[in-house]
Design a protein around this ligand. Structure first.
Ligand SMILES: [Zn+2]
Ligand SMILES: [Zn+2]
Length: 346
């Protein structure tokens, strides 16, 4: 197994880690694609020092990945307990949830209190994962597209929490790869989508992917523009897909009466937000946060990709082998480009 591991702030290394062998009930997977995610870039950049190293160092990175099954080891006592076959493309759900804690038992395993990373692999040539963490995709889907199942599952969670309704106005603040998934899912749910991003290629991508209008201003000007575009009413739902308290402030100001606002991105380093409570109280606004997803949402995301309801081609700005990982992390750190897709076996 060749894998990219984080050894400390700014220190990513490609290393040979020896043979990787699947245990009972697991599959060996040849990794086709793994996306660079801002959450790991924060660990690399040292902006999330409090919790970034809780899993110890060195630490293998990459959690948005998909690959082709090379070998299956059946669980003991189960002759053929899986429909999965070697040669099949699978998206890998790294989140091992316990199924028993307070939140799992309420159907909210996105908040599992005993969460464990149960898959090994990502920015690596091969990986291993339990069979029940794998989601098969049809032959029409590319490995790159399958690697978007994980981030799309987070977006599904965000929009289910927001309850984006048919014929409603959804504002997406921040049109990086996650924001652009929100734009498409909002359209698929029947909303009129207004996308906000001052970075020209991002707002252009939002328009190409189905946004009704884009707002390239920020602050007061952007808020006024959203009011105008929603006939003075403000949005029914707002998702803030950029980690900046000024963007959250804008998002709340763009919300109309009874609207829901989802703080979808973490903000690092943390920044406080001064907020007049009357801005929530009188218009009866609900502010929510979401991160991660449930196993059910992961499978729904896989169906959305398999059926072409969400397109990911236009979301990839850079591709490369394992040696491209550092450059990809540096680009995300500088907020350049869209998704960098690492193709370890290309
Ligand atoms: Zn991610
Ligand atoms: Zn749990």
């Amino acid at each position: 197994m060749r894998a990219v591991r984080l050894h400390g702030v700014g220190d990513l290394r490609i290393e040979d880690l020896g043979a990787l062998t699947p245990g009972p009930g697991q599959a060996l997977i040849r990794v086709q694609a793994c996306g660079v995610c801002p959450s790991e870039v924060r660990s690399y950049a040292g902006t999330r020092t409090a919790s970034a190293y809780e899993h110890g160092l060195p630490r293998a990175l990459g959690h948005e990945w998909a690959g082709v099954i090379e070998e299956i080891v059946p669980a003991e006592g189960v002759a053929s307990g899986t429909a999965l076959r070697p040669g099949q493309l699978v998206a890998v759900d790294w989140r091992g949830v316990c199924g028993r804690c307070t939140f799992c038992s309420r159907g909210r395993s996105d908040l599992c209190e005993n969460l464990r990373a149960v898959a090994v692999g990502g920015f690596s040539d091969v990986g291993v994962a339990p069979l029940d963490q794998l989601c098969a995709l049809p032959e029409s889907v590319s490995g790159e597209a399958a690697a978007f199942v994980e981030p799309l599952a987070c977006v599904v969670n965000g929009q289910e929490r927001l309850n984006v309704e048919l014929g409603s106005d959804l504002v997406v603040v921040g049109c990086g790869p996650m924001g652009l998934l929100h734009v498409q899912l909002g359209r698929a749910r029947g909303a009129r989508v207004i996308a906000c991003d001052p970075i020209a290629p991002r707002s252009a991508a939002a328009l190409a992917l189905g946004a009704e209008a884009v707002v390239t201003a920020a602050g007061e000007e952007a808020r006024a523009e959203v009011r105008r575009l929603t006939e003075g009413a403000g949005a029914d739902a707002v998702v803030v897909a950029v980690g900046a308290s000024a963007a959250v402030d804008d998002g709340i100001a763009m919300a109309g009466k009874t609207a829901r606002v989802n703080v979808f991105a973490g903000t690092f380093p943390p920044r406080e937000l001064a907020l007049d409570p009357n801005r929530i109280h009188y218009p009866e606004i609900a502010i929510t946060g979401t991160h991660d997803y449930t196993p059910q949402q992961f499978r729904l995301a896989a169906r959305l990709i398999a059926r072409g309801l969400v397109a990911v081609e236009g979301l990839i700005s850079h591709r490369g082998g394992l040696e491209e990982t550092v450059a990809g992390f540096e680009r995300v750190r500088r907020h350049e480009g869209l998704k960098t897709m690492i193709l370890p076996n290309s």
